[in-house]
Design a protein around this ligand. Sequence first.
Ligand code: AMP
Ligand code: DBH
Length: 532
Amino acid sequence: MLDGCTDWPDDFIRRYREQGYWQGVSLGQLLREQAQRTPHKEALVDGTRRWSYAELDQQADRLAAGLADRGLRASQRVLVQLPNIAEFFSLTFALLRLGVIPVFALPAHREHELAHLAHLSQAVAYVIVDQHLGFDYRPLARTLRKQVPSLQQVWVVGMAEEFVALAQCVANPRELPAPDSREVAVLLLSGGTTGLPKLIPRTHDDFACNARLAARACGFDGDTRYLAALPVAHNFPLASPGALGVFSVGATLVLAPEPSPDTAFELIERERITHTALIPPLVLLWLEVAQWSDNDLTSLQWLQVGGARLKAEIAARIRPALGCGLQQVYGMAEGLLCFTPLDDPQERVFDTQGLPLTVADEIRIVDTDDVPVAPGAVGELLVRGPYTIRGYYNAGEQNQRAFTADGFYRSGDLVRRLPEGHLIVEGRTKDVINRGGEKIPVEEIENLLLGHPLIRDVALVALADELLGERSCACVLAHGACVDLASINAWLRDHGLAAYKLPDRLQVLREFPLTHLGKVNRKALAEQVLAL
Ligand code: AMP
Ligand code: DBH
């Protein structure tokens, strides 16, 4: 395995192969096999461009040959920062076929994160688009080149200026040795709202397993038309089941340049989209716009929602407003994926984050001493399985903390398990405000406040406090009329909340700061409120 990565122990490797989780096929081969089965089927749609499976396969081969001519070699890393465009996939499959490892940055990342990623991965090249949504990536490339000596080449989709156009990096396809399926295929970014991202090595075998089984859990088949509204560099729309899930069943991927309802609703109507995936804040936006949109959304069968806890009140509004079913997705780029089964009763779909994808996902729910909690009690989720990593890339010391001695990943998520196995995410280990020793469960207060008629959305954050260590601030987006702390707290008390859990402060805002993927950035929010 690639240096700096932690392999599974031999007995696990044997078991995952015997049980068919790992099929010994590289991701590049998967596309090839699909292109042989359904060459003329539409693989992806990007604006007016429509590529069949044969075309996507060939574009990848031509780029692979051209990039090999430019000196790219197996196991080198390439920093890829592309939005939802067709070239994301021709390039990715080209790199996969060369055994070159893409490091997927999000389009929203800037110098600070990119320099970190380039250093950490020792990337030899950086791939960008000239411009996207009004942002020019070329000045960013100039800065990065100066900062990171390993970055020798910059390839640009579009106008390259002093760099090299990706369109120039093509050559006649030639036979290339297929990479070993046990090798690292891609490096994903760990999310989290604090600190700089860590790199997550995913192998061909484990990532293919991830996408194939997720596609099955979501009912993808050849008739599926999936809209990628979230940035495809992220694990959710990339492989959970996302684009790779689409390609694993010969379905069609439609790319949206950004996830606004205006753009997405047009595409859903025009492309007869059947499935798409969102994070909760976008669900809210889509629900609001759907009220007055006259786009025809009737083709939409399933909306997958994940990335952060979806509130049951909002879950209940999805079918009435959008006319489709809800599937909750609880996942992490480190591996484990959970989905609510498509035939689950409504209360399970609204109130749980689903079942782990496979019986081989070993789940432990533990207290702060790593002792398993009683059945049904809340604890930290630890996980081990055929598509969950055993270590971050080049992160010896962090790995000591993030993994147990027997290879379980410490998710940092607080969950509980229902008797049937469904997991409910109750928060993160740090998602409790410790108010002078009294613990305030953030989600509980947020859920309550969400029921207040004047509150549209809410995030409860911890503010540093000399006396108490931390105190709580309810940051709210309000419906027009004014809200104040006294009336909110009176209302919370009326709803039976213990006095120690009442927010210490209320801050009405026009919007929340978001992470690059669009989750509420609690750290930035707390800083913003403190600065007011
Ligand atoms: P990331 O580190 O960006 O891969 O984010 C993974 C984390 O997002 C998980 O460990 C959870 O904390 C959170 N997450 C993902 N999906 C859900 C969900 N459906 N409900 C609650 N939290 C989620
Ligand atoms: O939040 C996530 O990282 C996430 C959510 C849903 C994820 O990685 C995934 C599905 O694969």
